[in-house]
Design a protein around this ligand. Structure first.
Ligand SMILES: *[C@@H]1O[C@H](CO)[C@@H](O)[C@H](O)[C@H]1NC(C)=O
Ligand SMILES: *[C@@H]1O[C@H](CO)[C@@H](O)[C@H](O)[C@H]1NC(C)=O
Ligand SMILES: *[C@@H]1O[C@H](CO)[C@@H](O)[C@H](O)[C@H]1NC(C)=O
Ligand SMILES: *[C@@H]1O[C@H](CO)[C@@H](O)[C@H](O)[C@H]1NC(C)=O
Ligand SMILES: *[C@@H]1O[C@H](CO)[C@@H](O)[C@H](O)[C@H]1NC(C)=O
Ligand SMILES: *[C@@H]1O[C@H](CO)[C@@H](O)[C@H](O)[C@H]1NC(C)=O
Ligand SMILES: *[C@@H]1O[C@H](CO)[C@@H](O)[C@H](O)[C@H]1NC(C)=O
Ligand SMILES: *[C@@H]1O[C@H](CO)[C@@H](O)[C@H](O)[C@H]1NC(C)=O
Ligand SMILES: *[C@@H]1O[C@H](CO)[C@@H](O)[C@H](O)[C@H]1NC(C)=O
Ligand SMILES: *[C@@H]1O[C@H](CO)[C@@H](O)[C@H](O)[C@H]1NC(C)=O
Length: 655
């Protein structure tokens, strides 16, 4: 037994020796020809899609013209290999290091399934290694320091785990380090001060990286881009960052940062293009002077605990395109100039305590696409020039103190898709609308509008969500609205009267008519004089529930729709296991997630017999309105599905 054991060890050693000898022979005999080195590298790679077909010594093509190969011009020698997105797997052979001039190796977006290939550290001339988007696993070993010639390391989007070792600090030539989107964990080592040449640092999307942000990063004067979003960083915003005068992009969003932003932050970052600290627990005032360099295009402070006023210096943000301060505790006026900054596209300030008026100057904003300022204390009237902002596709200012009438042109933007002015103090008549042919959702609920429902609403080809409830509208419901394929129609609690157009009762997934004693028709307490009681409350006790959702996927110019329908078969309301869903349009949410998302927090209206509406925000920031539908027992599941399918088809075509 013992002998056998010894013997096998000897054999093993022998084998190693022979093996390395062979290796040496192969290597030395092949240094003569770069094409042989490439073919040897290819021989261990699996290439099912045959992307490397041109790599062949029978082909007449010079190896410098092989797929993915770049050579120096004069004495042809391979300097760069780019095999990105070729579906490759298999072994990465160290033979490639025999290429004397290889400086860049890009194997990104393939299926290499192995630990970090340390043997590439033998490639003396290599400065850039890209293994992003593969199946690289395991930890970063101490030997990572052997890569000391590298200037660019991109190991992002793999499954690399464990702590980042201290030895990484020996890679002093690094200009780019991207370890984002892995499963790294623990604290960052205190070696980041070593990377004095670093220009781009990306440690984002590592949820288990729970660490303070190393303050030494602030000493890396060449840094231009820092991505630390969506990891576990906690503690203060490092004061040392103020020394990063070349910084262009800073993304610290979705971490656990606390405390205030440094006072001089604005004045320090004179080259800043994008600043994102959203979804943290930061407090204190708005970073005054953030646009002192006039380079800022995107500012995101949303979902923190910021307080105080927006400084007048915001008016200097002449290159600002995206301004997001929603979900904070800001108060006071918006600086007037903000509304009409020459490049502003997106203004989001909802869920704060802002007050003041929306100035007329908004009409001069030439790029403005979205305004969301719901749930504040804005006063004054809707600017008369709103309709002349031709790029505007969303204007949402619900739950404020806006008063006065709706300007006749309020819906003149040819791309307008979503208007929400509900819960304000608006009055007067609702003007006729004709120009906003892309209008999907119009919510004017809970104001004091009077007069009739405009007949022209029936001519808007994609209007799907119409909420005029809680006003003082009179007259009858226009027949023209039957032209629409509405998914939600709420005119409850007005003073409407007369017969409800037939299709608005029977043809709609959701019709809300209650609180209009003057209305008559099937399903309503009052039947019209010439009609019997036969449709009255048919089968309401045998309720089948269905969910219809409309994703208002807000594309730039047009609204894209998704209809999603879940039908519950069981009669017993408390049995939740039997939902059936039909997807009519790719919707990036699973049925499971959708049902999970529906809770009391998402409920926006609960209308007795008619069920509850939930507004759910997808990760893609699309909004879905989910509605429980009453399916009067007569209509079979099949025919309800059919109706919604038709609806989905028509809707899709129109978009
Ligand atoms: C690569 O191909 C081009 C033409 O497609 C040719 O002009 C060039 O000489 C080739 N390069 C080498 C190194 O053979
Ligand atoms: C990659 O391979 C998969 C199957 O292994 C195949 O379905 C896919 O089309 C391939 N992609 C490309 C770009 O060739
Ligand atoms: C690595 O490749 C990916 C493509 O998958 C690319 O997005 C990334 O910019 C590359 N990294 C570097 C440092 O060039
Ligand atoms: C660089 O990192 C190493 C540890 O890996 C450390 O010993 C050394 O002091 C660091 N150098 C500087 C300048 O920070
Ligand atoms: C933030 O910290 C709290 C405890 O302080 C922890 O429960 C939570 O998971 C952390 N969140 C993130 C995103 O790291
Ligand atoms: C309105 O904003 C306040 C903060 O000002 C917030 O606490 C509240 O939850 C918001 N209401 C809604 C309905 O979002
Ligand atoms: C309109 O605003 C109200 C109040 O903020 C909100 O409850 C409702 O969900 C919004 N409607 C749409 C379609 O976004
Ligand atoms: C509707 O009009 C009546 C009488 O003019 C008034 O008392 C009531 O407050 C109005 N309701 C709304 C919501 O404006
Ligand atoms: C509905 O189901 C629940 C539990 O699944 C049960 O407790 C209840 O008795 C059922 N009700 C009816 C009316 O069947
Ligand atoms: C319809 O409007 C009424 C009155 O504003 C409201 O109570 C109800 O919740 C609304 N229903 C839906 C589904 O929006």
């Amino acid at each position: 037994m013992a002998t056998f054991f010894c013997n096998s060890i000897t054999n093993f050693n022998l084998f190693i020796t022979i093996f390395s000898l062979l290796n040496t022979i192969i290597y030395s005999s092949s240094t003569s020809s770069e094409s042989d080195i490439l073919l040897s590298f290819k021989s261990t790679i699996k290439d099912p899609s045959n992307f490397l077909a041109s790599w062949s010594n029978t082909s007449l093509t010079h190896y410098c013209n092989w797929t993915g190969i770049i050579c120096t011009n004069n004495s042809p020698s391979v300097t760069s290999i780019n095999l990105q997105s070729f579906n490759l797997s298999g072994e990465l052979s160290p033979v490639i290091c025999k290429l004397p001039s290889l400086s860049s190796l890009n194997l990104a977006d393939n299926l290499f399934n192995q630990p970090i290939p340390l043997h590439f550290s033998d490639c003396d001339s290599l400065v850039s290694l890209n293994l992003s988007s593969n199946l690289i696993w395991g930890t970063i070993p101490e030997q990572i320091s052997q890569f000391s010639s590298l200037e660019e390391i991109d190991f992002s989007k793999n499954h690399i785990e464990g702590k980042i070792p201290e030895n990484i600090g020996l890679l002093k030539k690094l200009q780019l380090l991207n370890l984002g989107n892995n499963i790294l964990s623990g604290n960052l080592p205190d070696v980041f001060g070593n990377f004095t040449n670093l220009v781009i640092l990306d440690l984002s999307e590592n949820p288990f990286l729970v660490s303070k942000i190393p303050s030494e990063i602030g000493n890396l004067k060449k840094l231009e881009q820092i991505f630390l979003q969506n990891s576990g960083f906690f503690g203060d915003f490092p004061e040392t960052f103020l020394g990063l005068s070349n910084l262009k992009v800073l993304d610290l969003s979705q971490n656990n940062l606390t405390g205030e932003l440094p006072k001089k932050l604005g004045a320090s970052f004179v080259n800043l293009v994008s600043f994102d600290v959203s979804v943290n627990k930061l407090s204190g005032p708005f970073p005054n002077g953030i646009c002192s360099g006039k380079t800022l295009t995107s500012l995101s402070l949303h979902t923190n605990h910021f307080t105080g006023l927006l400084p007048e210096s915001v008016n200097q943000c002449i290159n600002l395109e995206r301004f997001q301060v929603q979900n904070n505790r800001f108060s006071g006026n918006f600086p007037n100039g903000l509304w009409s900054l020459p490049k502003i596209m997106l203004i989001r300030g909802e869920n704060n305590r802002f007050s003041g008026e929306i100035p007329e100057i908004i009409s001069t904003a030439v790029k403005l696409e979205q305004v969301q300022i719901d749930n504040n204390s804005f006063t004054g009237s809707i600017p008369k020039g709103l309709g002349s902002v031709k790029s505007l596709y969303r204007f949402s200012a619900s739950n404020n103190h806006l008063y006065g009438g709706l300007p006749h042109n309020f819906c003149d933007s040819p791309v307008m898709s979503i208007i929400n002015l509900s819960q304000n103090l608006l009055s007067g008549k609702i003007p006729e609308v004709k120009k906003c042919r892309k209008l999907v959702s119009l919510s004017l609920a809970d104001n004091s509008f009077v007069g009739e429902i405009p007949h022209s609403l029936g001519e808007l080809p994609v209007l799907t969500y119409l909420d005029l409830s809680g006003n003082n509208l009179t007259g009858s419901i226009p027949e023209e609205l039957q032209n629409l394929k509405l998914a939600l129609f709420n005119v409850s609690y007005n003073r409407l009267s007369g017969r409800v157009p037939f299709l608005l009762v029977t043809g709609l997934p959701a019709s809300y008519l209650q609180g209009n004693p003057g209305l008559c028709g099937p399903g309503l307490p009052k039947s019209c004089s010439d009609e019997g009681e036969k449709h009255h409350n048919v089968g309401l006790t045998r309720m089948g529930y269905a969910l219809v959702s409309i994703a208002l996927a807000v594309a730039m110019i047009m609204a894209v729709f998704a209809l999603f329908f879940i039908h519950r078969r069981a009669k017993n309301k408390s049995e939740m296991g039997v939902w059936h869903s039909v997807f009519f349009y790719p919707l990036r949410i699973s049925e499971q997630d959708l049902v999970m998302s529906i809770n009391e927090k998402t409920a926006v209206g609960s209308g007795g017999t008619f069920g509850t509406v939930h507004i759910i925000s997808l990760p893609s920031s699309e909004l879905i309105a989910v509605k429980k539908l009453v399916n009067p027992g007569k209509q079979s599941t099949k025919s309800l599905k059919g109706d919604i399918k038709t609806l989905a088809k028509i809707r899709h075509k129109n978009c």
